[in-house]
Design a protein. Structure first.
Lengths: 115, 115
């Protein structure tokens, strides 16, 4: 298994600002992902964080709004840019130890509130 | 593509009663199936998973789920629930057909255990 730490755990942000969320895994992992969980809803995949190259975004998510970095096998960041109240969500980092088998491990999430 | 349907958004139950949380999936390829649990204000934890082999899988805290390929279901059951089982439960599916296949979540079922 993998232990995933996210910072910040929560934050209150002003409209129009940007916030970067950090994700640290305690072991090298093959795949890292970012999910969004809007209030009272399920998880939606934002993007796959690829080491050393641009992230792969899901439909409805774009790099300008959610830039992602993954400089190595244990660390990734997600930035939520030019925030609006609609971006108020829990953002979760997850990781998988192999490409296609097994489960994803999740961090405890970063709860963002945009005023 | 895969999809997941959790048939009940909320399931209220009394302590020590049995419970079943229903999950159906659709996929054109073989799948891995998972149940995750999210306790209030926490991240997601893997409860149990089906990858291959025995269609009945169990967790350490008394939950079990059975993979039924003909009915495309993966219902979660527990013969006697505790107050501490109160949480949100997410069914998830991951297809495998070469390359990476993302994890798709259902909408979630809120289990509320009452004394």
């Amino acid at each position: 298994s993998a232990v995933i730490s996210q910072k910040p755990s929560r934050d209150i942000c002003q409209r129009g600002t940007s916030l970067t969320i950090q994700c640290q895994v305690d072991s090298q992992v093959t795949m890292m992902f970012w999910y969004r969980q809007q209030p009272g809803q399920s998880l939606t995949l934002i993007a796959t964080a690829n080491q050393g190259s641009e992230a792969t975004y899901e439909s409805g998510f774009v790099i300008d709004k959610f830039p992602i970095s993954r400089p190595n096998l244990t660390f990734s960041t997600l930035t939520v840019s030019n925030m609006s109240p609609e971006d108020s969500s829990i953002y979760l980092c997850s990781a998988a130890s192999s490409q296609n088998t097994g489960e994803l491990f999740f961090g405890e999430g970063s709860r963002l509130t945009v005023l | 593509a895969q999809s997941v349907t959790q048939l009940d958004s909320q399931v209220p139950v009394f302590e020590e009663a049995p419970v079943e949380l229903r999950c159906n999936y659709s996929s054109s390829v073989s799948v891995y199936l998972f149940w995750y649990v999210q306790y209030p204000n926490q991240g997601l934890q893997l409860l149990l998973k089906y990858l291959s082999g025995s269609t009945l899988v169990e967790s350490i805290n008394g939950f079990e789920a059975e993979f039924n390929k003909s009915q495309t279901s993966f219902h979660l059951r527990k013969p006697s629930v505790h107050i501490s089982d109160t949480a949100e439960y997410f069914c998830a599916v991951r297809g495998f057909s070469g390359g990476y296949n993302k994890l798709i979540f259902g909408a979630g079922t809120r289990l509320a255990v009452h004394p």
